[in-house]
Design a protein around this ligand. Structure first.
Ligand code: ADP
Ligand code: MG
Length: 657
């Protein structure tokens, strides 16, 4: 008989079940709903035509018996040589030493990965592989991975469950809606998403899920608005912002003033109302436009009214930075600022709990840990969410439901396209910062080959000499994390030798929270003036003295991420530089980097990014920068209208009759 739990699947024991659970997969339905992040077209190329910058598919014959060898740090790896007519490649798999028995000399296999020229040969770390005798489907799904999961494990598990999709997957859209919009039934769409016969079929499946997401999001919103339409919040009393700006140390720009006025209007009203609908506002503005100062004004108003406020940030680093900076501002008024993250010690937590239970106003800054379990929104009059698109669907849901009757301000630097913004917020609920603070010079951006690294370093040295600070960012992407971490480590060693007099720090995601904090603070205070880092620094980090941002293997980052990284410099009045190092040979990748040099405006970049998104980018959560939806995309304007209308009809017929 059929399978009913994950444990019934071939190849899933206790350890693997745990790995699946970490990715949020606990039931068969979870598994079927775990969609590919993208698809790759299976176009075979010769080894010597491969692009070291992006993954390629080759077919190689194994030439040497796989051997187990040791790498730095005691890492064990399987290593062998394989070749096609055009070249020879050293293939290395870390840890998975059982693979030594899998590969036979004289047999051919498909390999999918990055093949880097290395001397007269090529080198590949942990490429995906499959038997060379079979014919590959036209496209293969690529799943997002977390620790302990591989593409193979997911593919095999999903293939076992798909025959039962009809039983497991329940339709959730009304039949007439499916008919009217010619949408795939849910079970069929699930199958098409996991094992599409063509790009076209995958794309129809995605459209079905996008529709579904938009439909339900709209429906939720209608319900929420129905609730929100009822005035429920006591208006705040107006206060003068002059003392606040005096403490802040700079005058607001016109755009900031406008946004503050809009927010204050939401919170105060005209001064005659007895109660107001809760605020539900989006504040958008490019990286560096000064959103923090705007939200802090709203926080100031709230605290002056004797109430509590919370500011939620997507990472611990960012939460701590916000807490530090706002503490400086609010100490002038004796408003306490507390920082609560996943690593706050128990004793401190108790202090914070006590403060929250007391009547006095305070500001609580933290990661989502703050909203999800510790603090009920009941205690908070205002909740601000920074870099809102970084939060996952579930966190957003919790937040929205908890904040339904409270004042909510969400901030985003990744421009949400107008259609979406208006769909999530009514037109009057969006404030935009369309200018940068005075004295900013656009960041000069250059794109150079990695062979120029030495010249780049000379340039960095000159900047350091002139008093600047520099970031050097290396990619670290889960799929091949071992080799990436090694690359980041060796870049750090290189920088340490080269920039010795300036002290070089190192920061990556696997460090403890305390070590991360220290590395960040050392750089902020100028104890280290070069920071080699993985993308943990990407969002929000504000060190105005930094003037150079070097990005290694720039082709591996999405445009939104590169723009965020560039936004880490150019925050003071000094000319700043962003240098993209890349050996990518693909035309599309090169053009993308070139565009980043030309376009400085985030909204324009996002437009370009949308226009050029490839057919392979389907359920892309990571790069879309818009993670409230996994299937829906920014180009889905038309679909959005349809889904929105459908939901409205449904709402009127069922809920609101
Ligand atoms: P973002 O919108 O990316 O969150 P921040 O709020 O971090 O931007 O602000 C970027 C930098 O600009 C900070 O160092 C901040 O102190 C500074 N800044 C913000 N507003 C002004 C202003 N009106 N005048 C001068 N500097 C400002
Ligand atoms: Mg910010």
């Amino acid at each position: 008989m059929g399978v009913s739990t994950l444990n019934d699947l071939r190849g899933i024991g206790k350890t693997r079940a745990e790995a699946f659970a970490r990715a949020g997969i606990e039931t068969l339905a979870d598994l079927l709903n775990y969609f590919p992040a993208s698809y790759r077209e299976n176009r075979l190329i010769a080894l010597n035509r491969s692009d070291p910058g992006s993954p390629c598919l080759v077919k190689l014959c194994v030439q040497s018996v796989p051997r187990i060898s040791f790498f730095a740090g005691g890492r064990r790896a399987v290593r062998f040589q394989a070749s096609d007519d055009s070249g020879v490649c050293d293939v290395v798999y870390f840890y998975q030493t059982y693979l030594a028995k899998r590969f036979c000399v004289g047999k051919t296999y498909y390999f999918y990965g990055r093949f880097k020229p290395s001397g007269s040969r090529y080198l590949a770390f942990s490429p995906d592989y499959s038997d060379g005798d079979q014919t590959l489907p036209a496209i293969t799904p690529v799943y997002p991975l977390t620790k302990g999961l591989t593409q193979k494990m997911l593919q095999s598990a999903i293939a076992q469950v798909l025959p039962e999709a009809e039983r497991i997957v329940l339709e959730n859209l009304p039949a007439e809606v499916l008919r009217e919009h010619d949408l795939m039934p849910r079970a069929q769409a699930v199958r098409a998403a996991h094992q599409p016969r063509s790009v076209e079929e995958a794309s129809r499946a995605r459209a079905r899920f996008a529709f579904e997401e938009l439909f339900f999001f709209r429906l939720d919103l209608l319900l929420l608005q129905k609730k929100r339409g009822i005035p429920s919040i006591a208006p705040l009393h107006a206060v003068s912002t002059a003392p606040y700006f005096a403490a802040l140390g700079f005058a607001p720009t016109e755009a900031q003033n406008r946004a503050i006025a809009e927010i204050f209007h939401d919170l105060i009203g005209t001064g005659t109302e007895k109660s107001l609908p809760a605020m539900h506002r989006l504040l958008q503005g490019d990286v560096g436009s000064g959103k923090t100062a705007v939200c802090a004004a709203a926080i100031y108003l709230t605290l002056c009214n004797g109430k509590k406020a919370a500011l939620m940030a997507p990472t611990e680093l960012l939460a701590e930075q916000h807490a530090r900076k706002l503490e400086r501002v609010f100490s002038a008024f004796r408003f306490p600022v507390y920082c609560l993250t996943g690593t706050t010690p128990a004793a401190r937590r108790r202090q914070i709990d006590a403060a929250l239970n007391a009547a006095d106003p305070c500001l609580l800054v933290g990661t989502h840990a703050l909203i999800s379990d510790r603090v009920s929104a009941r205690d908070l009059s205002l909740t601000v969410v920074d870099e809102q698109h970084r939060f996952g669907v579930r966190q957003r849901d919790t937040l929205l439901s908890k904040a339904a009757e409270k004042n909510l301000l969400v901030m985003s630097a990744t421009p949400i396209p107008r259609t979406f913004a208006l769909f999530l917020f009514s037109k009057d609920d969006v404030s935009t910062l369309d200018t940068l603070p005075p004295g900013r010079q656009p960041v000069e951006t250059y794109y150079v080959g990695a062979s120029k690294r030495d010249r780049v370093d000379t340039f960095v040295e000159k900047e350091l000499n002139a008093g600047g600070r520099a970031y050097i960012v290396c990619p670290l992407i889960e799929e091949s994390e071992e080799s990436d971490l090694m690359a980041a480590q060796s870049r750090f060693e290189l920088a340490k030798a080269r920039f010795k007099p300036y002290n070089v720090g190192f920061l990556h995601g696997k460090m403890s929270a305390a070590a991360k904090r220290e590395a960040m603070q050392d750089f902020a205070q100028g104890k280290t003036r070069v920071l080699v880092s993985t993308t943990v620094i990407e969002i929000g980090i504000d060190v105005p003295e930094a003037t150079v941002m070097c990005v290694e293997n720039a082709e591996r980052f999405g445009l939104a991420t590169l723009h965020q990284l560039r936004g880490r410099v150019g925050r003071g009045s000094r000319q700043s530089y962003c240098i993209l190092l890349s050996d990518a040979r693909g035309k599309a990748a090169r053009e993308r980097l070139q565009k980043l040099c030309e376009i400085k405006d985030g909204f324009k970049l996002a437009e370009y990014d949308m226009d050029t998104r490839g057919p392979g980018d389907f359920f892309g959560v990571r790069q879309s920068g818009f993670s409230a939806f996994t299937a829906a995309r920014e180009q889905d304007g038309e679909l959005l209208e349809k889904a929105s209308r459908s939901a409205q009809d449904f709402f009127e017929k069922t809920v609101d009759k």
